[in-house]
Design a protein around this ligand. Structure first.
Ligand code: SF4
Length: 374
């Protein structure tokens, strides 16, 4: 069972907080699509014929691509890989791209899940983030997507930002629940080095992000969504029953995946590789028949650390028997000893030989995981 990720590295404009790989000019769009098609051919052996259960168009903004390009990419994937009939095929989209005709076309070509970058239903927040869409589009695209038959729908929301009050956050989440959006990915606003936001804060043009506010918003969020019937199945992800992201879940379960496009990562169970994060370098190399990537072979300790990091972020937690089976009894004992401090502090519980973060511990998930690394 495997997944395929395609990175579409173009955006209409640069959101101030974003550190993904993208370009705001579409000059190389045609060459990029051609290169992606070529890379599929070059990388075909990577998954060793395993059935593909999920395809994910991410970015960047894949919804910027014309329908014919998306169709061509999908057709080629179907030609080269054993894509299952029930595959989950997700497209990340921005609200301003999702007109009714576009939605119809996406549906017709086989996209069966949308992940929409709504971020907020408030104009003040959207402007502050430099998003390309407005608050009307944030709402309308969901109604239009549902009318077009997209019931497997996810939206991204950002909390903790300086323009978002507690009441504003409550309205955003209530809006998503009222619209019956079955999957939410909610992220605390973080300041990544080198982003415009980082620059503005250093220049004192905007206030630094307040971690207490983000923690408060997270606690409010988990309470509201639990009451509305959503499963909190990963730190940032919430789903109504039956609507978990199969693609992202397969990352967290350590399934193999092939990443295509600049900056895309691939994983085959024992090594990880990532393509160059530069559009021109990527296109030039692919034109010469070479995939421009760096590779890292994973040692058992690296694999264990990855398991701890990803498993602790999920509601399934970190299975101690699995650690023992895959990495040895010593590693299990070491992990049990290191976790005691967090269990005593109420940040973690050991439930039937599985380490699971408590609601309080979820606020510190990455820090706790790092402290448990071997
Ligand atoms: S649309 Fe998405 S990928 Fe593009 S700049 Fe904004 S957050 Fe980043």
């Amino acid at each position: 069972m495997a997944g395929i990720y395609l990175h579409i590295p173009f955006c209409r404009r640069a959101c101030y907080y974003c550190n993904f790989h993208f370009s705001t000019t579409l000059r190389q769009k045609d060459a990029m699509v051609k290169s992606l098609l070529q890379e599929m051919q070059l990388q075909q052996p990577y998954l060793q014929g395993q059935p593909v259960h999920t395809i994910y168009f991410g970015g960047g903004t894949p919804s910027l691509l014309p329908d014919a390009d998306l169709q061509q990419l999908l057709e080629k994937l179907h030609q080269l890989f054993p894509v299952s009939d029930q595959a989950e095929i997700t497209l990340e989209a921005n609200p301003d791209d999702l007109q009714p005709e576009k939605l119809q076309a996406l549906k017709a070509m086989g996209i069966n899940r949308l992940s929409i970058g709504v971020q907020s239903f408030h104009e003040t927040d959207l402007r502050w983030m430099n998003r390309a869409h407005n608050h009307q589009q944030a709402l309308q695209c969901i109604l239009d997507a549902q009318a077009a038959g997209f019931h497997n729908l996810s939206i991204d929301l950002i909390y903790g930002g300086p323009t978002l009050s507690d009441e504003g956050w409550a309205q955003n989440v209530r809006q998503a629940i009222d619209l019956q959006v079955p999957h939410l990915s909610c992220y605390a606003l973080t300041v990544e080095p080198g982003t415009a936001l980082d620059h503005f804060i250093r220049q004192h043009k905007v206030a630094p992000v307040n971690p207490d506010k983000a923690a408060r918003h997270f606690e409010m969020l988990t309470g509201w969504l639990a009451a509305a019937g959503y499963e909190h199945y990963e730190i940032s992800n919430f789903a109504l029953p039956g609507y978990r992201s199969r693609h992202n879940s397969s990352y967290w379960q350590g399934q193999p995946y092939l990443g295509l496009g600049p900056s895309a990562h691939s994983f085959n169970g024992h090594s990880r590789q990532w393509n160059v994060a530069n559009n021109s370098s990527y296109i030039n190399a692919i034109q010469q028949g070479k995939v421009p990537f760096e590779l890292e072979n994973l040692t058992p300790d690296m694999m264990l650390n990855e398991y701890i990091m990803t498993a602790l972020r999920t509601s399934e937690g970190c299975h101690l028997y699995l650690v023992e089976e895959r990495f040895g009894a010593d590693k299990r004992r070491r992990l049990e000893t290191a976790s005691r401090e967090y269990i005593l502090a109420g940040k973690m519980v050991n439930r039937n030989n599985t380490l699971v973060l408590t609601p309080e511990g979820k606020l510190f998930a990455d820090g706790i995981a790092a402290a448990l690394f071997v």
